[in-house]
Design a protein. Sequence first.
Length: 116
Amino acid sequence: MKSKELIEQEKLQDEKDKIFKVYDDNIPNTIILAFEKVYPDTFDIAKNYLQYTKETSRPTYDGFWIWLMKNLWYKDMFSKGDEFGTGKWLIDNRFNDRSYIEIKKDYELLKKINEK
């Protein structure tokens, strides 16, 4: 008999596999996997990534980061017009963010692995 935790993990993996099957190439999967290494809530990231790819024809890890900032992490700030420019400052200074740097390293490594 499987534990409740194991059943839940298998369910999340099945959902993740379904999302990966949506794509024909490895690049979007690489973006999801790079974000997953830093943010373990993969299923939510993958669902958000699906939404992001509906809004852009050329998905990138950097574009996805900005999309998350505007549509998820700081949605209220951007929906109110960002009158003080804080959101723009956060986007412009993402290159100094530790998580962003880690995602970039993971993305580049995964991309190299997929090219071999």
